[in-house]
Ligand binder design. Sequence first.
Ligand SMILES: Nc1nc2c(ncn2[C@@H]2O[C@H](COP(=O)(O)OP(=O)(O)OP(=O)(O)O)[C@@H](O)[C@H]2O)c(=O)[nH]1
Ligand SMILES: [Mg+2]
Length: 323
Amino acid sequence: MNVANPVILLVGKTGSGKSTLGNLLLEEPHDDGTFYVSADMEFVTQVCGTATITIDGINYNIVDTPGIFDTQKVTDEVFNEIARMVQKCAYGVKAILFVFEARRFTDEQMNVLEGIRKFLGEGAINYIIAIFSHTTKAQISDRNVMRKAWNQPVRSFINEIENRWGISPNSDYFPPDHSIHKARLGEIRAFISGMRGVYTTELLEKSRQEQEKARHQQEEEERRIKQVYLESLKNETRKESQEAFKRQLEEPNWKHEVKPKCEEDLRRQKQKEAEEQFNKSIEKMRQEQKVQQEQNRQDRENAVNKFKQMMDSMQQNFKKQQE
Ligand SMILES: Nc1nc2c(ncn2[C@@H]2O[C@H](COP(=O)(O)OP(=O)(O)OP(=O)(O)O)[C@@H](O)[C@H]2O)c(=O)[nH]1
Ligand SMILES: [Mg+2]
């Protein structure tokens, strides 16, 4: 790899067809060229492949990047790898071929785009050429058929990159010597050659510095939050130990003054309750006695009355007999 050559980057989701397109541009068999093509996701490598390609008499380093997954960790690793590769080539990036499956424009693809923007900087968008892969035969034959298949997000994305788009030809539909195959690759090459200037490593460096700054700020913020948390934890612990200490200080007071007083109060309370109970039962007995006495008095009175009545009636009978 000659570091004086500008770079053509192949980026996109895993399995989108970056290596296949790279091989086709190198005019090598699509599945048996410089760049490794595999249908098996398990053998995906995490390093960039490079080759020299000549377009319109100018040499470029074409860099095949590992697939960009949707998980943050892998994405960062991949982007770091891309950055290392790009930085080696002092001249800068001529074009970024963003390969994506024509069938759908998914959130993952949006993430790849977002990643390119974030990592290579907002300016990188000016160097993107969208390449549709996994297309139908009709779409390869006619760009208009391809264009009609776009949904709204694709349309606005293509608009954003100022209509730089191409189609990766499929050798199964049109072999490399077919005019349609050549036409599709020719368009991609023309877009690359026609690109104004290069995306320089200074721009990349600036973007990297911005990234670094943002990361630094985030770390700083996290550190500050941690500090506040630790401080509050310390305060909490201090407060707790102060309270425990205070309790300890009060302990003798509790043993020698409060506890005996409480016990005495309790004893008095119990005694009072017992007395009250006793008084209540005495009162009850008195009441019962009174009721009983009253009853006896009435019984007695009744008996006397009855006796009187009896005597009266005996006297009257006696009187009647004498008369
Ligand atoms: N039908 C069709 N298949 C394709 C096309 N491009 C690639 N493939 C197939 O898709 C599979 C993956 O292609 P690759 O070129 O290895 O994809 P890649 O983007 O380099 O994948 P990673 O390196 O794993 O990120 C292979 O089986 C290819 O033959 C295309 O345009 N049409
Ligand atoms: Mg590949």
